[in-house]
Every structure is written in C-alpha cells, then in structure tokens.
Write a protein that binds this ligand. Structure first.
Ligand code: 5GP
Ligand code: ZN
Length: 112
C-alpha cells in the first residue's frame, strides 16, 4: 500500500520512534509545530474516524489510554493537546489515522 505511515510502521521508511507496542507507534513529527510534537499512529490502516470499524474504535480507545499512561515519560507532565485532522477542512495530509500529541510548552488557546 502506498501509505507513508504504513511504511514508517513497517520500517521501510525510517522515523524517530519514541514508543511502540502491538497496537501503535509514537514518532516525532518531521516538521514540529510545538516544542514536543509527536504522532500517535495506530498500526491498523484506516483514514479517519469516519471510516473506523468498531474493532478499530476499541483499539483506538486503548491507544489513547496508553498515551495517558506514558505521557509523563514523554515529557508531557505539564499537559498536552491531542489533535486528529480529518479531510480538507481539517487539513489532513496523510490518509492514515493519527493523533498529533503536542506540548512541552504553553500552547495557544486558539485552536482554529
Ligand atoms: P496531518 O496534516 O495529516 O494532520 O499530519 C501529518 C503530519 O505528518 C504532519 O505534521 C507532517 O509533518 C507529518 N509527516 C509527514 N510525513 C512524515 C514523515 O515521513 N515522517 C514523520 N516523522 N512525520 C511526517
Ligand atoms: Zn497506512
């Protein structure tokens, strides 16, 4: 499949990986927009939550729980923001569901 995140998951393309388990990887975003800018990418390929199956939704819930559990070790003790862009208006550029994990500094209150 011609998906850059699937290639990163299979290590066909290198990445700066900070966490991996059977369900997901967390990598450093190649173009960070905040002091800490990570991407949580479920290993299952689907574009966004509109196309997500029930099984994938359960997996995603567990992925989010894991982010919570390891957030301190990622340097996010003071807080963080999760963002998942969808479609044209959401400015989604990679069609494999992912969550931006942003922090390491006080973020803007403005999100749009
Ligand atoms: P989106 O715009 O789809 O919400 O987010 C895609 C994100 O993936 C962008 O922040 C972009 O910088 C990041 N990205 C795109 N290609 C690569 C890559 O090859 N490696 C890494 N680490 N991040 C990437
Ligand atoms: Zn993919």
């Amino acid at each position: 499949m011609n998906c850059i995140f699937c290639k990163i998951i299979s290590e066909a393309i290198p990445s700066d990986k900070v966490y991996e388990d059977e369900r997901m990887i967390i990598i450093k975003d190649i173009n960070p927009q905040t002091k800490i800018h990570l991407l949580m990418i479920p290993k299952s390929h689907y574009s966004n939550i509109v196309e997500m199956t029930e099984a994938q939704a359960v997996e995603l819930g567990l992925c989010l729980k894991t982010i919570g559990e390891i957030s301190n070790s990622l340097g996010l003790k003071e807080g963080f923001r999760l963002v998942s862009n969808k479609g044209t208006n959401g400015c989604q550029s990679v069609e494999h569901l992912h969550f931006h994990i942003m922090g390491g500094e006080l973020l803007s209150e403005r999100m749009g």
